[in-house]
Structures are given as C-alpha cells and as structure tokens.
Design a protein around this ligand. Structure first.
Ligand code: PHE
Length: 447
C-alpha cells in the first residue's frame, strides 16, 4: 500500500516538474517585469492575476484533459477528439495554430536566452562589479547595437536547445529542474531582500499593487491576458502534449493549481526584486525588454557577494529558459517526425535551423533593421505581439470552448472528480466566464 502511494506521488511530482519546467522561464522574470513596467504597474498586475485565475486555470485544465483523452500530438489529438464527439475536423485548426505559435515564440525567445547566456559569462568575468547605471546601461546598449554579438549568443542558445532535443535527454533535465526551482526561489528572495535595503521597497510595492484604475486601457488588459497565456505555456499545444503523458490517477485541478501558484510566485518575486532597484537608481520602469538586464547587474555589481550571486542567478535564468525552450521546439519536431517520417535528428535540425533563421530577423530589429516595421512594430515586437496577444489567446479560447461545449459532460465531471454542485460552478466558469472574458478583451481592443 505504502509503496503504491509513494509511486503515485512521485509520478505526480514528476509531472508537476515537467509542466513547471515549461511554464517557469524568461516569461516570469524577463517578460513579466518589463510588461509590468511598460503597462503602468499595479493595474496590469491585478488584471494579470485575474486572468491567471479565471482564464489560465480553466484553460490549463482543459488542455491537459484534451491531451489525456487524445494520447497523440496536439493536431491529431484535436482531429480524433472532434471525430469521436461528432464535431467537424476543422477543430484541428487549433492544433495547427498552437504549433505555429510555439515555433514563432522560440525564435525571439532564443535571442533573449542568448542575452542570458551572455550575462552569465559577464558575471563570471566580473563585468558588472561596481558598475553605475550609466556604465551598465551602456554595456547593454552596446550588446544590442552589435549584430555579431547577438547572433553569436542566439546561435549558442539555439545550439544547446537543438542538442538537447535531438538527443531526447529531456528526462535528465527534468530531474535537474527539481533542484533548480527551489534555488531560483531562494535567489529571488535574496534579491527581494536586497530590494528592501535600497529604501525604495515601499515604492515598488505601491507601483505593483496599488492600482490607478484610470490607467487601464484595452491595451493593458490585452497585454495582461497575453502575459497570462505566455507564462503558463498555454495556447500552444504544449500542455496538450504534456497531458498525453498523464496517468488517470492525477487530479487535474489540484495539479494545475500547484503549477500556477509556483509560476505566479516566481513572477511576483521578480517584480519585487526589480522595481526597488529601478526606483533607487532613478531608472525608468518602462525601459522595455532590457529592464532586467540593466537593473539586476546593477544590483549584483554593488552588493556583497554579488559576483557569485549574479553568476548563480543568470545561470539559473538560462537554465529556466532552456527548459522552456525545449518545450517550445518539441511540437515542431514531433510534427516533422510524424508527418514527414523524418528521423529525430533530421527533424530537430530542420526545425532548429528554421527557428534560428527567424530569430536572426528578430535580433536584427535591435540594430540594422531597427527602422523596418510591420504594422508599426519592429520584427521582434511583431513576433511577440502576434503570438502573445493573438495566437495564444485564440488557440486557448478554442481549447476551452471545445472542452466545455463538445466533450461529454458526465465524463468530464467524473474526470475532474467534481460533485454535482461544484460541477455547475465549474461549468459556468468554462462555458461562459473564461471564453467571454477572452472575447471581450479582443472586441474592446480591436474596436
Ligand atoms: N512559459 C514560458 C516562460 O514563461 C515560455 C513558454 C511559452 C514556454 C510557451 C513554452 C511555451 O518563459
């Protein structure tokens, strides 16, 4: 008996780690903090938290549920599930947009993963020691201005991702993730502690949690919703694929809650670490994608033990980025392998090179192609906006509408372990609140 209970716990644990490995990444630290800064702080944070709870949780559960029933790659899973439930095969469209979104995201994700690698090395050689906000800002701008530097680091990061995915050694990484998550949380706590010593912690807390509702526009709400999808790896078929490895005994709701709490806590700690540094150095919160690469080296460069802590931090950030990047490449590789019957190595190389090429276009938008724009955005921002604000929410909307309206109700109730009373509350959430929330955000933003 005891043995059985232990085995089940350990498999749930393994699953939580795999899902958290995908969810926790640059999105929590790099993207969350710069989005908070760009969107005016607290109003964004609170809308984001509401999106995570009311839209993110049900969609995460819906994606796992679809994956566990389908047991195949996201596209075929959607096609099978639609057929079995007497719905049009067009539902597999949401499998396709998901794989496309993952492909597009990885291209610019790898560029930022490259920055993180570069800053890991920078910490080792003590580049930031005693730096001022000017000198550290100049170093960052110097990196952006140099296509060769960016290209080198982007290539290095993508090469790591391809090497790991090609060998299929993701299992080993998952056990490493077991040590990484707590270490990351501890380092974030140390940084928050440093933030408290700056004397500007209160200002940061106000900035993050006391909202000026008049600053909320459709754009802020759409950004917050996009961030919720991005950070939870939703709307990409990734969680559908993970769900296909899930055993029957795993309770989806409580597992989703665990993953979401971990992901959200790391993001909020990142904000509480970064904004005190922003305010104490007179920096501007809306510095954009460079925010953590200017603030954190400044903190590490000026605190006791900063060299070692900085090295550990950027190493962990790179590691978290790698575990997410692997999950982003996997859908493309699986599709190439299965549809074109390519060997894994070939599929990984083709997928990896295609992503890398698009990443080159993204990194050039920081320098030589800075003036080139699509819909008023440079290539980097265009890829980020197209995916986070459009493809992910639309794909996620598709999966929740499918799970709520097309799957057999009684089997869903049993699968989720709800009594009749809780099930009606759940139904209201998945049938109306979450989908209408997503649709409302779209309609108000587009009008
Ligand atoms: N959720 C990851 C992060 O926050 C990014 C990611 C997005 C990973 C989509 C996989 C799929 O960094």
């Amino acid at each position: 008996m005891a043995k059985l209970a232990h085995a089940q716990w350990s498999s749930r644990m393994a699953f939580v780690l795999a899902a958290a490995g995908s969810a926790v990444g640059l999105g929590n630290i790099w993207r969350f903090s710069y989005m908070v800064g760009e969107n005016g702080g607290a109003a964004f944070v609170l809308v984001y938290l509401a999106c995570v709870a009311l839209v993110g949780l049900p969609i995460l559960v819906a994606e796992w549920m679809i994956g566990r029933r389908g047991q195949k790659n996201p596209i075929d899973t959607m096609a099978d599930q639609a057929r079995q439930n007497g719905k049009p095969a067009a539902w597999m469209g949401i499998g396709i947009t998901g794989v496309l979104a993952a492909f597009l995201i990885l291209s610019f994700y790898s560029v930022i993963g490259g920055w993180s690698l570069n800053y890991t090395l920078g910490s080792v050689i003590g580049t930031f020691s005693g730096g001022s906000s000017e000198s550290i800002g100049e170093q960052f701008n110097g990196m952006l201005a140099s296509p060769i530097t960016l290209l080198g680091w982007h290539t290095a990061f993508m090469a790591l991702v391809v090497a790991i995915v090609a060998r299929g050694v993701t299992k080993g990484l998952e056990s490493a993730a077991r040590a990484m998550m707590p270490a990351l949380v501890i380092l974030m706590l140390i940084l928050v502690g440093y933030g408290i010593t700056t004397g500007h912690f209160g200002e940061a807390v106000d900035f993050m949690f006391s909202p000026d509702w008049s600053a909320v526009s459709g754009g802020v709400v759409l950004s917050a919703m996009g961030q919720a999808f991005f950070t939870l790896s939703l709307g990409m078929g990734i969680m559908v694929a993970y769900g296909s490895y899930l055993g029957e005994e795993i309770n989806l709701i409580s597992t989703a809650r665990t993953v979401i709490i971990l992901d959200t806590v790391i993001a909020l700690l990142a904000g509480l670490a970064i904004f005190p540094i922003v305010f104490s150095n007179g920096l501007s919160p809306d510095a954009g994608p460079g925010l953590i690469f200017v603030t954190l080296p400044l903190a590490f460069g000026n605190m006791a033990g900063g060299t070692v802590l900085g090295l550990m931090f950027f190493l962990l950030l790179t590691f978290a980025a790698l575990t997410s990047a692997i999950s982003l490449l996997e859908p493309t590789v699986a599709l190439l392998e299965e549809r074109l019957s390519l060997p894994r190595l070939t599929a990984t190389l083709i997928g990896g090179i295609a992503v890398w090429l698009l990443g080159v276009a993204a990194l050039l938008s920081f320098n030589v192609w800075a003036d080139f724009s699509l819909f008023g955005l440079n290539i980097f921002d265009f890829l980020d906006t197209l995916t986070a604000k459009f493809l992910l929410p639309l794909t996620g909307l598709g999966s929740i509408v499918f799970a709520a309206w097309c799957l057999d109700k009684e089997s869903v109730r049993q699968e989720l372990g709800f009594d009749v009373y809780d099930f009606s509350a759940w139904n209201i959430l998945v049938k109306y609140i979450a989908p209408l929330g997503v649709i409302t955000v779209f309609v108000t933003e587009l009008m």
